[in-house]
Unconditional design. Structure first.
Ligand code: SF4
Length: 76
């Protein structure tokens, strides 16, 4: 499954800190969902996101594919 394009009513969002390069793209595209921490790595600001379209957009624009989405209730 492509974790950058998920269909559903809500998703959990995680950021792979090893892959994040601190470009801040996600913090601009989805300001309420992501913020850079003190190490210039993105951190999700909410546990569950209902604006799936916005989260998907941020994930697809991340230059390193560090943002992963998982449908809530997917069981995995
Ligand atoms: S867009 Fe990707 S690389 Fe850039 S800060 Fe967000 S998670 Fe990190």
């Amino acid at each position: 499954m492509d974790e950058r394009a998920v269909n559903g009513v809500a998703v959990t969002v995680t950021v792979d800190r090893e892959r994040c390069v601190g470009s801040a793209t996600c913090t601009v595209v989805a300001a309420g969902l992501f913020a850079l921490d003190e190490h210039d790595r993105s951190a999700p600001q909410v546990a569950v996101v209902t604006d799936v379209e916005l989260a998907t957009q941020a994930a697809q624009l991340c230059p390193t594919g560090a943002i992963h989405l998982r449908p809530v209730g997917s069981g995995g």
